[in-house]
Write a protein that binds this ligand. Structure first.
Ligand code: ZN
Length: 281
């Protein structure tokens, strides 16, 4: 009880001390119909988590970029959305988010068959380091204002969730989520096979093809769809959708999609011609 009270008062103190200005919060949300279409209680929860996220993490511009407070809040909102019910403690492994104006060059190292190490760079829109920061391209954060299955912040944050059991292998810590690891693997494996078959037979997939890079990318890409194109994910991969609903303890299908679609009247669910240009990791 004493521990509960201590934590409660610390959270209360942090929320007061780092409170976001109403104008900044509203400015950030004005671009995000997905957020304003959520129930009021969920929006309030997201605002509190975003406040604590920005109090705990540094969201820093790189490469001559400058970030407004509203832009920092926008990044915090997407970062906090997947952990709205899970809590911020799962993000304890990183302390910074570095934001480039656009896609950026990330160092790469490859070992060929002869065992020779090749070093180089790859253009990417986002990256999550195992024991380090998240790197983002602002142009890609901005592109995710239209909810269509692509969201670089959610993608990179899901890699952090994935790492909570020590490995980035497509399986996060499931403690307290009411899901057995064997069930997770069974559902995700079946979904992987479905998507793999689609690619083989049709040449494209109902989710971004990038999902098939690895089980870790599969979890990240499916999560992007879960939050930003849930009806499509539920129609294409119902068991995976249901599993993610239990894991995240959220029901994106219940949000006001009529309002979201009204904000983007020309929006069509993007099934094949994906906008993702740079790679993500
Ligand atoms: Zn990735």
């Amino acid at each position: 009880m004493r521990e509960f009270l201590r934590r409660f008062s610390w959270r209360h103190y942090q929320l007061k001390r780092h409170a976001l200005a109403d104008a900044d919060w509203q400015h950030a949300c004005a671009h995000l119909p997905l957020v304003t279409a959520m129930p009021d209680a969920a929006q309030q929860q997201l605002r509190e988590l975003s406040t604590l996220f920005l109090a705990q993490k540094a969201v820093l511009p790189a490469d001559g970029f400058a970030l407004s407070t509203a832009q920092q809040i926008e990044i915090a909102i997407w970062a906090c959305l997947p952990v709205r019910q899970i809590g911020l403690a799962v993000y304890a492994s990183f302390h910074a988010v570095i934001v480039y104006p656009d896609e950026f060059l990330a160092p790469r190292e490859e070992i060929d068959e002869a065992g020779v190490v090749h070093t180089g760079h790859e253009q990417v829109s986002g990256e999550s380091w195992d024991a380090g920061p998240i790197l983002l391209s602002w142009a890609d954060v901005e592109a995710a204002r239209i909810p269509d299955g692509y969201n670089v912040v959610i993608h990179e944050c899901v890699h952090k969730l994935d790492l909570t059991d020590g490995d980035m292998n497509g399986v996060p810590t499931l403690l307290g989520r009411g899901i057995a690891p064997s069930e997770w693997q069974q559902v995700m494996r079946a979904a992987w096979q479905t998507v793999g078959q689609e690619e083989k037979l049709l040449g494209y997939t109902s989710v971004d093809d990038y999902a098939l890079e690895s089980p870790a990318e599969f979890f990240a890409v499916l999560s992007e769809h879960f939050f930003t194109a849930p009806a499509e994910l539920q129609a294409d991969l119902p068991a995976a959708y249901a599993l993610l609903e239990r894991y995240y303890d959220q029901r994106p299908l219940d949000w006001n999609w009529a309002a979201i679609d009204a904000a983007y009247p020309k929006h069509e669910p993007d099934d094949s011609g994906y906008r993702r240009s740079g790679a993500e990791h």
